[in-house]
Design a protein around this ligand. Structure first.
Ligand code: SAH
Ligand code: DHB
Ligand code: MG
Length: 219
């Protein structure tokens, strides 16, 4: 037996073998990098997972909190039907501008509404229901975002929260940083909310050790 491959090599193996990713998505990542945005978009395999969720749920209306350069948004918008819509919330006007260019280039701009502002301020103005919500912005606000997502949901809406594991920090009582506290608080909130059934899915890969909370609105 040879040396064990690392998690990034395994990501590369599945991306190549499953044919995940394409020149347009590569360009989206490149545009974000060239625009000076942080390299924290979902990985290609995670993006394909979000696209599958759009299809599995039959979503027509998707809400994203945290646009960045539009990588996850492009992936989800492409998986939507022609008359589907993605509303994506972004506080940073430069991020929003890069994302709009990416949505244009990917041919999904007609399905995407980029709303610029603090999500805490823009969420109350949105009209539900959404079929799928992807929460991926400032982590301390995750409890508030899940509460808002439930208010904008119908029975069956799926809510995904990114980055709740953070290298295991969520289960380390010594880590009381705001992002990690946000992960614990959102987990406790979901547990206490009878309208949500949920699990957590840990991930390893190109982005290290992290994971998602996955919840479904029961009624
Ligand atoms: N979903 C993206 C990555 C998002 S990174 C992808 O996978 O491609 C997190 C984004 O949330 C950043 O662009 C950041 O500017 C934005 N953000 C941070 N705080 C926010 C807030 N209060 N309201 C809205 N967006 C916020
Ligand atoms: C960070 C944010 C993310 O949404 C992510 O997926 C990875 C890292 C961060 O702020 O470091
Ligand atoms: Mg994230």
């Amino acid at each position: 037996m040879g040396t064990m491959a690392d998690a990034s090599e395994v990501d590369a193996y599945f991306e190549t073998t499953l044919g995940i990713g394409d020149p347009l998505l590569d360009r989206a990542r490149e545009r974000a990098r060239a625009g000076g945005l942080p390299d924290i978009a979902v990985s290609p395999l995670q993006g394909a997972f979000l696209a599958l969720l759009v299809r599995l749920t039959g979503a027509r209306r998707v809400l994203e909190v945290g646009t960045l350069g539009g990588y996850s948004g492009t992936v989800m918008a492409r998986a939507l039907p022609d008359d589907g819509a993605l509303v994506t919330l972004e506080v940073d006007p430069h991020h929003a501008e890069v994302a709009r260019a990416v949505f244009d280039e990917a041919g999904v701009a007609g399905k995407v509404d980029v709303v610029v502002g603090r999500a805490a301020d823009t969420l109350p103005g949105l009209e539900g229901p959404f079929d799928l919500v992807f929460i991926d912005a400032d982590k301390p606000s995750n409890p508030a975002y899940v509460r808002a997502a439930v208010d904008l949901s119908r029975a069956g809406t799926v809510i995904v929260v990114d980055n709740v594991v953070r290298g295991g920090a969520v289960a380390d009582p010594g880590d009381t940083s705001p992002a990690v506290t946000g992960s614990r608080e959102v987990t406790e909130l979901i547990a206490a909310e009878p309208r949500l059934e949920a699990t957590a899915l840990q991930t390893v890969g190109a982005k290290g050790w992290d994971g998602f909370l996955l919840a479904r609105v029961v009624g």
